[in-house]
Design a protein around this ligand. Structure first.
Ligand SMILES: [Zn+2]
Length: 80
């Protein structure tokens, strides 16, 4: 995924279309869950825009962590 620095913090983010057809900001580098350890808290999207909670992410699948959970600019971004 092509990343660009977030307007509000130094994280490199990209945009992904959710299954509801809305674009959402995610961390540009995908991660994979391996074994039964959950990923860091948050929401994750597959490349197809399928949404999973950290505890429910399937093993071995590339997922992108939703960025708005811990971005200091999330409030502002929502209002725009
Ligand atoms: Zn940010």
């Amino acid at each position: 995924m092509n990343g660009k620095e977030c307007k509000f913090c130094p994280t490199i983010i990209g945009w992904l279309k959710t299954q509801k057809g809305k674009w959402t900001a995610v961390e540009a580098n995908p991660i994979k869950r391996m074994g039964s350890d959950p990923l860091p808290r948050g929401k994750y999207y597959t490349t197809f825009g399928e949404l999973f909670d950290a505890n429910d992410v399937p093993n071995g699948v590339d997922v992108y962590r939703s960025h708005w959970g811990d971005c200091p600019g999330a409030e502002k971004a929502r209002k725009n």
